[in-house]
Design a binder for this molecule. Structure first.
Ligand SMILES: [Ca+2]
Length: 299
């Protein structure tokens, strides 16, 4: 005797109606599974890329080194990426020994010393160095560099950014050289202070000598101020992450690859000659194949 259990009906039977008949897919189950697998793979890739933080890239890098074995000779040409360095407002530049963090090491490692700052109490924010490069397709623009000065050199500098090729400048950060004759590293995010530097063909940044904050005078790091002494710069770098639009393009590319793969499988299945599948059938059903052949030969 079958045991009967009464299951309470969650939905009154009278309200249950048959669903409309769905058209059956013409694709055989195995192919549908392959398509589903490819689709799942594409979706997984999309999700993975979307979840990953955008990788920062170096848009330009200057190490100022030449290979002649003299720290007093150097170059303003970037050793990675592209960009243009220049002196601002009558500042002067020379090459001297570089940052210990530069792997080139002595005597190949040069730095760029930018000096010739204004006379005491005059023209703050007018002399230093600038860099310019397009940031088209990039955001999160960051400038980083190593720096050092000498006891009489100016202590305070402003990092500024421009979104119009240097026509106007926005103050991003002011920093002081904590102690003379010591190398420091700094990294300054520019986009948060001036979002217009993102994805901008007219991006520029500069570092200029300024008065000690809250005063109207330059302050030397450790002795009397002498504007001739420079600020040494090395391992100058501009980095960024791809613009959201660029990431969207990348995602679209992955989706297109997934679609192409599905299409390829579909074509491969529909265009596959039956002969291509016959060997598998023959080997699977070897007993059937043998009688057919012998029958053909005998006839
Ligand atoms: Ca160097």
């Amino acid at each position: 005797m079958p045991h009967h259990t009464s299951i309470p009906a969650l939905i009154p039977a009278s309200t249950i109606t048959s669903p409309p008949a769905l058209p059956l897919p013409s694709t055989p189950p195995a192919r549908r599974l392959r398509h589903a697998g490819l689709l799942a793979g594409a979706v997984w890739a999309l999700g993975l890329i979307g979840a990953l933080p955008a990788q920062a890239a170096v848009l330009a890098q200057w190490s100022f080194n030449t290979d002649d074995g003299l720290v007093s000779t150097g170059t303003l040409a970037p050793d990675a990426g592209s960009g243009v360095l220049s002196l601002v407002g009558g500042a002067t530049g020379l090459f001297t020994s570089g940052s210990p963090l530069d792997a080139a090491g002595f005597p190949l490692d040069s730095s760029w010393s930018v000096g010739g700052f204004p006379a005491q109490g005059t023209a703050p924010g007018t002399r230093g160095f600038a860099l310019a490069l397009p940031t088209t397709g990039w955001s999160g623009i960051t400038i980083s560099f190593d720096y050092r000065n000498q006891p009489s050199a100016n202590k305070w500098f402003a990092v500024q950014a421009s979104a119009d090729g240097g026509a106007t400048w926005a103050d991003v950060q002011t920093f002081g050289v904590a102690a003379a004759d010591t190398w420091y590293s700094t990294s300054v995010a520019l986009s948060s202070a001036l979002p217009a530097v993102d994805d901008n063909p007219l991006f520029a940044a500069r570092v200029v000598a300024v008065f000690e904050p809250g005063t109207t005078a330059y302050q030397a790091s450790e002795a009397g101020y002498n504007g001739d002494f420079g600020l040494q710069i090395d391992r100058l770098q501009v980095s960024a992450v791809p613009e959201p639009g660029s990431v969207a393009l990348m995602l679209a590319g992955v989706a297109a690859v997934g679609a192409a793969a599905r299409q390829s499988v579909r074509r491969g299945n529909s265009a596959a000659p039956s002969a291509a599948r016959r060997p598998a059938r023959r080997s699977a059903g070897g007993r059937r194949r043998a009688p057919r052949r012998s029958a053909g030969r005998s006839a």
